[in-house]
Design a protein around this ligand. Structure first.
Ligand SMILES: Cc1cc2nc3c(=O)[nH]c(=O)nc-3n(C[C@H](O)[C@H](O)[C@H](O)COP(=O)(O)OP(=O)(O)OC[C@H]3O[C@@H](n4cnc5c(N)ncnc54)[C@H](O)[C@@H]3O)c2cc1C
Length: 440
């Protein structure tokens, strides 16, 4: 089987190695001179916590040597013809039996006014992160502009020696439930990071970036770090696209075109009446593995959860699935239940863990889980699996969670929260029955 993979990021490299392991003859096309860039490590380059050479997780030579993959760097795919099963590239034409699109995202040029001023750092490439890491010490009061969670990770990297303001936009921490959002604001404030839930309208100053204008207010600063917005980047291929312009894939990573699969940031998966992107490292990797397997003749299904895990401003946070707004947009009759429980750990320190669950009212199927607080990271894999396997509220409420004396509490915060949701459902049912009886 001749498999062509377009794009050499996390998803493309996972697809290429998986297809090669299954015995396919694999060619990977990468438009730049770099393969296997792990973008999630870029913010750690800023704080000096990660050497830049480690951000590239795959060596082109290793891919050829260990897996027999034909690696073509600096060879951009221009378009794909599913009729003739061929890819036109900058350097010629390539035939395939099956193809994997793994072309990621491209940055958009819109943003606040004044981005060309001196002292504005646009973070796109690894070189941009590296250049900023050299001048972090010169920023005495930087502003960060961009959505959470990435802007929070960048602010954390900058905040070790200075006060930082983050302009998150009006939907600010919308990715997180209100309780998790409040914990993040508190944790940020303790590290001298101010979170502002408004857009930056312009960067102003006579000698460079001296202030940010936002919602009619002026915020002085000594430099501005901008995380540009992005959108899916896909060469013309005839594949159907979704709500946000990404290639629509099913759980087998099949697109609408025969023998074309897709994986990673360039894709969207259906949820109810809309489709959603993931744009996360873990989703991209597993999508790549599934696309590579199926492109070489297998029939495996991806169990996606859109899961993330963060340790941010000292706070542990994990999230999987969708939030209530996304669920509502998808046409789901969604309910969110939240609760605060005693933290796992030393009960005497009074720390608490916050958990929230989004579920479908009629079926009680769980669509999203978030946990924040001490020990939250230890629950991240469970959250991902519970969402990916579409567990019900009842299963979550009565799942066994191993108990370790002097480490955790009797019940997991997820089970407690699900139990509270079930109790509420029960109360409503009793109330409804009471009303019914009264009216008879
Ligand atoms: C700064 C930053 C921090 C992040 N932090 C996290 C995190 O903490 N946790 C997390 O889960 N996720 C994080 N993410 C998201 C995660 O990194 C992405 O989801 C993941 O890298 C996507 O991988 P990909 O292979 O789909 O796309 P990409 O990594 O974008 O790779 C796509 C590749 O395709 C190539 N390409 C594009 N078009 C063509 C073409 N026509 N022909 C040939 N090649 C082409 C590109 O050059 C690129 O190399 C972060 C992202 C960024 C930018």
């Amino acid at each position: 089987m001749k498999v062509v993979v377009i794009g050499g990021g996390i998803a493309g490299v996972a697809a290429a190695t998986t297809a090669a392991r299954r015995g396919s003859s694999v060619t990977i096309l990468e438009g730049t001179g770099r393969l296997g860039l792990n973008r999630s490590l870029l913010p750690y380059v800023l704080s000096g916590g990660f050497p830049p050479e480690k951000v590239q997780v795959t060596e082109p030579n290793a891919l050829s040597r260990e897996f027999g993959v034909d690696v073509r760097l600096n060879d951009r795919a221009l378009d794909v013809s599913s009729l003739s099963r061929s890819v036109r590239t900058e350097n010629g034409r390539l035939d395939y039996d099956s193809l994997v699109l793994a072309t990621g995202c491209q940055y958009l040029s819109d943003g606040p006014k004044g981005l060309s001023k001196q002292g504005v750092h646009l973070l796109r490439s690894p070189e941009d992160y590296l250049a900023l890491s050299g001048s972090v010490a010169a920023l005495s009061r930087p502003a960060v502009v961009g959505p959470a969670p990435l802007s929070l990770v960048v602010a954390q990297a900058l905040s070790s020696s200075q006060r930082v303001r983050v302009f998150l936009g009006p939907r600010s921490l919308h990715r997180f439930s209100p309780g998790v959002g409040r914990m993040l604001v508190r944790a940020a404030s303790a590290k001298d990071v101010e979170l502002i839930d408004a857009d930056a309208d312009a960067v102003v100053g006579t000698r460079g970036a001296e202030a940010v204008l936002s919602s009619g207010r002026v915020y002085p600063c000594s430099g501005v770090v901008v995380l540009p917005k992005s959108c899916p980047s896909v060469p013309p291929s005839g594949c159907a696209t979704g709500t946000y312009g990404g290639v629509l894939v099913d759980r087998w990573m099949r697109t609408s075109s025969k023998d074309i699969f897709a994986a990673g940031d360039c894709t969207e998966t259906r949820m109810g009446s809309i489709s959603l992107p993931s744009r996360l490292h873990s989703s991209s990797r597993v999508m790549g593995e599934v696309a590579g397997s199926n492109a070489s003749g297998a029939a495996v299904r991806a169990n996606l959860a859109r899961s993330m895990a963060l340790r941010i401003f000292g706070l542990e946070v994990c999230a999987a699935g969708v939030d209530i707004e996304e669920a509502a947009r998808a046409g789901i009759d969604a309910v969110r239940v939240e609760s605060e429980c005693a933290a796992r750990g030393d009960p005497s320190d009074g720390a608490s863990v916050y958990a929230s669950i989004v579920y479908d009212r009629p079926t009680r199927k769980v669509h999203g889980i978030q946990v924040a607080g001490p020990g939250a990271l230890s629950l991240s894999e469970f959250c991902a699996l519970a969402v990916a396997s579409e567990m019900s509220l009842d299963q979550l409420a009565y799942h066994e969670s191993p108990y370790l004396p002097s480490f955790n509490t009797d019940q997991s915060p997820i089970a407690l929260t699900a139990g509270r949701a079930l109790a509420r459902v029960q109360e409503r049912r009793v109330e409804a029955q009471g009303t019914h009886l009264r009216y008879r």
